[in-house]
Design a protein around this ligand. Structure first.
Ligand code: PBG
Length: 344
């Protein structure tokens, strides 16, 4: 009998075995392919990012993200109910703030009546079973489009952290389940954790955007939240340099140490090596963000008839699971959930 086991490589190398293993044997039938499958994508892996706008009963298409709309709060509530019915575990909310309300400090982030807080309360009332994740960063609220406070040419760290702590508490008071700092300021996880605990929010989780890179793939998102046109310069003094991998491990280690419950790598597909390293080296709940540019590339190619949208969507998400991610933030979430339900 041919055993693929011990030293078949050596035997082949020595010319002693003539094709001992036929890898294609296991691939002949669908049942067999399913039987040998190593990873699975399920609805439990999905986090759905949703863009919120002011108004009533309105959906506003995001031109650079075919198939994605900005939703008024009532529409977002319906989306949350749909997501809950589909079994999607969580939504991530992103506001598109009225430009008149944006200022250099991003003070709207602290307003209990801001879009995100109102959306949170409305969704919690109608779809209480779904988890709500809120981004913590000032870019939807600043007149310069940066994630922190700008002094002269500099995004000042500690003043920004103070604002981010205030933003986190504001969102926790409105019912946020998971605080997700995406700003990349130093020391913010520890400060946010302390402030949450001091207000009896010790049950509120923190999902840290621990390894977030200064990426070209965020363009369509910045359109969606209306910060793109405002952004002066770039975010390279706080987001990571795409050339670095060891540095991402330090970022993750620090955030875990400061109290992050879950960590995230962002963008997703171009950074699967980082996802894989984080999961292997730390063994903590690890997420990836399939960002706007990744979504739009797939949709644009599909709309040109160059690739099949559904297959590319599933394959791209399976890749995250194979790399070790415990879940993925993806604009495909509702479409994938529906497809997975159909194929059950
Ligand atoms: C803001 C934030 C960004 C994204 C999530 N939170 C953009 C940025 O850092 O400029 C990008 C998400 C996407 O592209 O889908 N801090």
């Amino acid at each position: 009998m041919n055993s693929p086991n011990p030293p078949f490589k050596a035997l082949i190398a020595a010319g002693k075995l003539d094709l001992p293993v036929r890898m294609r044997r296991n691939r002949r039938a669908d049942w067999s392919r399913r039987l040998v499958r190593e990873t699975a994508l399920t609805v439990n892996d999905l986090i759905w990012p949703v863009f919120i706008i002011d108004g009533v009963n309105r959906r506003e298409p995001v031109a650079s993200m075919p198939g994605v709309d900005r939703l008024t709060i009532d529409e977002a509530v319906r989306a949350a109910a749909r997501a809950q019915a589909l079994g999607i575990p969580a939504l991530a909310l992103f506001p598109n703030t009225d430009p008149a309300l944006r200022d250099p400090q991003g003070t709207q982030a602290l307003n209990p009546e801001n879009l995100v807080c109102r959306a949170l309360r409305a969704i919690k009332k109608e779809a209480p079973e779904i988890g709500i994740i809120c981004d913590v960063a000032l870019d939807p609220y600043t007149s310069h489009g940066h994630d922190g406070v700008l002094r002269g040419e500099e995004i000042v760290n500690d003043e920004s952290v103070a604002m981010l702590v205030g933003q986190s508490l504001n969102q926790a008071r409105a019912g946020c389940d998971v605080i997700a700092p995406s700003d990349m300021m130093d020391g913010r996880i520890g400060e946010i954790r302390k402030a949450l605990d001091a207000e009896d929010f010790e049950h509120v989780q923190i999902m840290s955007y621990a390894a977030k890179y200064a990426s070209a793939f965020y363009g369509p998102f910045r359109d969606a939240v209306g910060s793109g046109g405002l952004l002066k310069g770039d975010k390279r003094t706080y987001q990571m340099d795409p050339h670095n991998s060891d540095e991402a491990m330090r970022e993750v280690a620090i955030d875990i140490d400061e109290g992050a419950d879950m960590v995230m790598v962002k963008p997703g597909m171009p950074y699967l090596d980082i996802v894989s390293r984080v999961k292997r080296e730390f063994g903590v709940p690890t997420y990836a963000y399939q960002v706007s540019g990744e979504y739009s590339m797939i949709m644009a190619a599909a709309r040109n008839g160059w690739i099949d949208a559904d297959n590319a969507m599933i394959e791209s998400l399976v890749a995250f699971k194979r790399a070790g991610a415990d879940g993925v933030l993806t604009y495909f979430a509702p479409a994938v959930a529906e497809k997975l339900l159909k194929t059950l």
